[in-house]
Design a protein around this ligand. Sequence first.
Ligand SMILES: [Zn+2]
Ligand SMILES: [Zn+2]
Ligand SMILES: [Zn+2]
Length: 161
Amino acid sequence: MLTCEKCDFELDEKSEYCPNCGSLFVEKTCANHSDKEAEGTCIICAKEFCPDCGQDVNDKFLCNEHSDLEIYQSMVRVYGSSDSVEIDYLVTLLNQEGFHPFRFDRKANPISLGGVDYSLFRASGDYDGHIVNEIKLMVPLNEYLETKVTIEQILDQEGNE
Ligand SMILES: [Zn+2]
Ligand SMILES: [Zn+2]
Ligand SMILES: [Zn+2]
């Protein structure tokens, strides 16, 4: 079994990059600059980027567009609300669609996420603007883009009814 040298994630033999930390194992050019060598693969959008277009954030490589997402281990916040019923509703619908959503509630037991304090969630910039009692809807990294679209569709429909 191959593992990533940087994060010990188990890899497919054919992996060109580590889906857990974004380490790139082959030479690629940046998705934005065909003349620049890529430094890593964004773990959200799976594209390669040069150091101008992406960066390591807490040992995860992210493109500039996705560098302000809140990521914890292999989960990413796709939605947040102080409305517990709304979050439960979305979790149910996403489960039905075959996704793996996880409800993260500051007041619920964070031990289930590894016993790490809420404050360890990374957010670029100022944290003060966040809703303190926000319930976070987390999904696995590779489900972020799809679940984001799905959630927007669900909320759109709700709004139109
Ligand atoms: Zn890795
Ligand atoms: Zn990205
Ligand atoms: Zn670039």
